[in-house]
Design a protein around this ligand. Structure first.
Ligand code: UDP
Length: 254
């Protein structure tokens, strides 16, 4: 295969130049990191599962009218995406207290929040992705007020949809992280969902047992990371070829 130009390499993904201008190939690696890269490992099969899960979720979001960078899956580990200018902000949506909000505000993990909460973090490895407010974002020009409005409206729609989607397969969507990009089409620009949505970027708890089905299994040395991601894929009805699927898509749980 001809060598492709690598445009960017992150912790869990690589971006290559795509076949046409304005496209990129997003490659999902098996590497996993946590705690500002202080902890890292390779988890066999994770990339394949995240590629599938993110494809499924992006496609469902597209079907309800949420614009995304996703075009199509190319193979087990790669998907074709539209090239966007990434807004340097990580958007976290929370429904239940866990992780950093539980620690920062002293809220017991598992507490249902009074309403969904959106937080912004400035994307900077050197600074460890500090939490920032809308004031910081607009004052420093990371995004305009209009862009923040669009990002917040899209984030809440995505949250409402995903809470229902996961509840339908017996999973509580505790929190998740989104990234957005600017997509230029001729002279106009619009904000679209970018990056990935997978158990690497979400907290997913089994409704009945509270078992963690996400990256916290790695962060907290709980083991069974691949099995947990596989469980999510299986419940969504999207096991990769050869895998056994017990269920076909979301179904009502009790
Ligand atoms: N998250 C992520 N990438 C990051 C930071 C957070 O995908 O760089 C996700 C994380 O998996 C969780 C949510 O965002 O689902 C909220 O994370 P939190 O702020 O609690 O930080 P953490 O506990 O992961 O350090």
């Amino acid at each position: 295969m001809a060598r492709r130009r690598r445009v960017y390499e992150g912790k869990a993904k690589v971006l290559y130049e795509g076949p046409e201008p304005g496209t990129l190939v997003q490659h999902f690696k098996d590497d996993v990191t946590a705690f500002d890269n202080k902890k890292s490992a390779t988890i066999e099969g994770k990339g394949v599962l995240n590629n599938r899960i993110s494809e499924y979720i992006m496609t469902q979001l597209h079907n309800i009218g949420v614009p995304t960078h996703f075009m199509r899956r190319l193979n087990m580990r790669e998907q074709l995406i539209r090239e966007v200018e990434i807004v340097p902000i990580e958007v976290v949506v929370r429904n239940v207290a866990a992780g950093s909000i539980a620690k920062r505000l002293g809220i017991p993990e598992g507490t249902q929040l009074p309403r969904s909460i959106i937080e912004f973090y400035y994307k900077s490895d050197d600074l460890g992705d500090p939490i920032v407010s809308e004031e910081h974002i607009t004052a420093f020009g990371w995004a305009t007020p209009q862009e923040i409005d669009d990002i917040m409206a899209l984030s809440l729609r995505i949250n409402d949809f995903l809470v229902g989607l996961f509840l339908g397969i017996g999973i509580r969507l505790v929190d998740f992280k989104l990234e957005f990009g600017r997509l230029w089409e001729n002279e106009t620009m619009r904000i679209v969902l970018a990056d990935e949505i997978s158990p690497d970027s979400c907290r997913l708890w089994d409704v009945e047992t509270n078992e963690k089905l996400d990256k916290d299994r790695f962060r907290r040395d709980l083991g069974g990371v691949t099995e947990a991601y596989q469980e999510v894929a299986q419940r969504l009805g999207i096991m990769p070829e050869g895998g056994q699927s017990k269920r076909r898509g979301p179904m009502l749980v009790k």
